[in-house]
Design a protein around this ligand. Sequence first.
Ligand code: NAP
Length: 414
Amino acid sequence: MSYRHIKIPESGQKITISDNRLQVPDNPILGFVEGDGIGPDITNASLRVWDAAVEKAYGGKRKVHWAELYLGEKAAGIYDGDYFPAETMDAIRDLIVAIKGPLTTPIGGGFRSLNVSLRQELDLYACVRPVTYTEGVPSPMKHPEDVDVIIFRENTEDVYCGIEFQSGTEENKKLAKFLREEMHVDFFEDAGLGIKPISPFGSRRLIRKAIQYAIDNNRESVTLVHKGNIMKFTEGAFRNWGYELAREEFGDELVSEDDLWSKFDGKMPEGKILIKDRIADITFQLMQLRPAEFDVLATMNLNGDYLSDALAAEVGGMGIAPGANMADHIAVFEATHGTAPKYANQDKVNPSSLMFSGSMMFEYIGWNEVADRISEAFRKTVGAGIVTYDFARQMEGATKVSTSGFADALIERL
Ligand code: NAP
């Protein structure tokens, strides 16, 4: 495939798929998108850490060959105002694995979220966000070590589909008339209208991925998070489809909470995983009071968005929370936070969210030694009190360093 502006390094080899698995060469080409705002600062720092960690782990036997891809403001500069060039989508499909910095989205108008477009265009249906505590990281929790969950958030449905009709427009009036006259429902005059599609297909494939992860990684439970008491045919249906799928496809591996009490007297049978559900609002409370009761969480799009930021705050905040957007094979790893425009180009913010998203990427391609080295060096760096401003303001006696300074300190400890 040839590209207008993207340069695929000839020195590397592409990842391929065979037998339904990734085949990763020792010199894979991975895509990266710098991102807007603080994107360049955290990407440059993270690239240095990743390359150094790979070198340390494999002593030159393995090496990543990076291909820069373009989205957002940098893309607009290169592709005549196009923030979302088609060839970037082609390149991600071609390379299979990529990582991106944050991208700007205007609020209340302007172009549609590039992140949402990316997820929909590549059908990256699962947003995967692990939330775990590293000793030494400042936390508002009394027992942050009890927080160890991984969120599987549905990425392609829900109110994020962008099916919205602005108050006062012809489309809005037409839909309002249809709803009032044909569906016999009522609401205030001139209400903006949005549609929340939740399908069995979308729910089942997300929940399947969450359950499979729990099985592959010996986790204890999967919790379906929903607001089905209010939105019965969307959020309630998500829960019901989840239990249905669990019975149909994972009957031997899972035990429901009902069965736990009716058949096993409240004692989990050896080697089984508990499947349960919780209403979204109580989940927020329980994740503060009794986080140890949660393990793998499967959520719809909006609940998952809120929940992942709230839980990230329990273990150090947005500057450290990693994430991935995944289809069956294609995966785009990304920092969970946004572009923090007020800090752009100041070499100030914490690069750890992107850096740990990179760790997830290395685990995804089977290079676990790289992720382990980064985690260990991070523990040592934070343990020595060397942190960026966001941690420094929560810690006494810390040494505050810049984004690039933090990367330097971490590389020294790899
Ligand atoms: P944000 O960029 O995440 O920033 C909110 C606050 O989080 C910052 O002011 C800062 O807090 C803290 N923060 C974020 N990144 C940090 C880092 N690396 N290190 C330390 N602290 C960090 O959220 P926003 O201001 O609501 O959104 C700005 C833009 O980003 C919007 O255009 C939004 O649409 C976009 N966005 C993109 C993505 C994405 O690309 N995936 C995700 C979310 C938002 P303090 O001010 O307390 O220091």
